[in-house]
Write a new protein. Structure first.
Length: 370
């Protein structure tokens, strides 16, 4: 309870006692019925004090009243002992009433606080429950989303298979036509375009299928640069549409020598794809996504960096970015980064993320070269 209210009640009781006493002492003895009334009136502050402040408060009030009333009894009602006996007993009664009322009120209050505590506990667990069910609903929603995506992935894979066969037929037909068209014909150029585009389509589908195919872990030694290039080629068209340019730099002097790494190549490509998709989603038009491989001779590490100059992440987003299902995109899955991190760590590599809002993001993969 606020101190002000406590004081307010205290002062009310003191005021009542003082007022009754003044009236009591200033009333002529001859007006006996008024004295009866004031005596009874004393119960009011005593009961109030006991009610507000418990046994102790009640007793303080009743003892004060007793002390104030006693002189009155002794001097003004001098003599007449049998008459006064009842009034002495009344003084005892003041104190008994104070104790009993205080005790009952205290009990009441204890019960009430117990119920209040129980109620607030109940309220708390109810809120917790509600929060948990909210989380559960969210997770369920995310799972449904993931399921839908995996179904779409399967559909896309079968679509790719469907497209591959007619592509083969088209290529065959183009080759036949090529033989029919004389070398110096201006139409020859169109055949070249057809051949090139069909070849590119085929390559894209091959790359896609090699990514989508669910195969058991097959660790091989493969050409790092070629694997990265194949992922870039999958995304080339959509990057072009967004006017975004990929720049892939290999270590100085390694132009001739191929860098070979040992891992599951399909999974490695998936990591690169996830990271490039994120970079593409964050990058503004006319910007560049920079892929760089640095060879650290001393530690035998190949550091593979993917940098974009996009929106970047706030520290809060950066902290959560690797958590499964964390996404800031309306139709994101929140799985790209956590899956990539898992794969990279399975390889015994390391991946880390640096980002600054409106400056861009840099993902580094540390690849030990055996
Ligand atoms: P998704 O791409 O489906 O949202 P990810 O796990 O790939 O899931 O990424 C999680 C979140 O991390 C993204 O929603 C985005 O907020 C942030 N993020 C990841 N990569 C980048 C990036 N290159 N630039 C800015 N934000 C990024
Ligand atoms: Mg992603």
């Amino acid at each position: 309870m606020k101190p002000f209210f406590k004081n307010y009640r205290l002062w009310l009781i003191v005021l009542m006692v003082v007022l009754i006493s003044i009236l009591h002492y200033s009333t002529a003895i001859t007006m006996g019925y008024m004295h009866e009334f004031y005596r009874l009136l004393y119960y009011l502050p005593i009961i109030l004090a006991a009610f507000y402040f418990g046994v102790r408060g009640g007793l303080i009030a009743s003892l004060s009243v007793s002390l104030i009333y006693l002189p009155h009894l002794m001097f003004q009602w001098r003599g007449e002992f049998p008459h006064n006996l009842g009034r002495f007993l009344e003084i005892i009664l003041y104190n008994v009433v104070a104790v009993v009322t205080g005790w009952l009120a205290g009990n009441e209050r204890r019960e009430r606080t117990r119920y209040q505590n129980a109620a607030s506990e109940l309220e708390k667990s109810y809120q917790q429950l509600q929060q948990q069910s909210e989380q559960l609903r969210e997770i369920e929603e995310q799972l449904r989303h993931a399921e839908r995506l995996s179904v779409m992935g399967e559909l896309a894979a079968s679509l790719a298979h469907e497209v591959r066969n007619p592509l083969g037929a088209i290529r065959g037909a183009v080759e036949i036509l090529e033989d029919e068209i004389p070398r110096d014909s201006p139409n020859r150029e169109f055949v070249e375009v057809l051949k090139k585009e069909v070849g590119r389509l085929n390559q894209t589908i091959d790359n896609y299928l090699s990514l989508a195919r669910r195969v058991p872990d097959t660790v091989t030694t493969f050409d790092f640069a070629a694997a990265v290039h194949s992922v870039i080629s999958i995304l080339a068209a959509s990057a072009r549409k967004q006017k975004i340019h990929f720049r892939f730099e290999l270590p100085n002097g390694a132009a001739g020598a191929t860098i070979t790494v040992r891992a599951d190549e399909a999974k490695f490509r998936q990591v690169v794809l996830n990271l490039l998709l994120n970079a593409l989603a964050a990058s503004p038009a006319e910007s560049e996504i920079h892929l760089r491989a640095d060879l650290q001779k001393v530690s035998g590490l190949l550091n593979f960096l993917i940098e974009d100059h996009g929106a970047g992440m706030t520290p809060e987003v950066l902290q959560k970015a690797m958590q499964p299902f964390f996404t800031t995109k309306p139709s994101g899955t929140g799985l790209g980064l956590p899956i990539s991190k898992r794969i990279v760590e399975q390889f015994g590599w390391m991946m880390n993320l640096e980002s600054e809002p409106s400056r861009g993001t840099r993902v580094t993969i540390h690849i030990p070269l055996s």
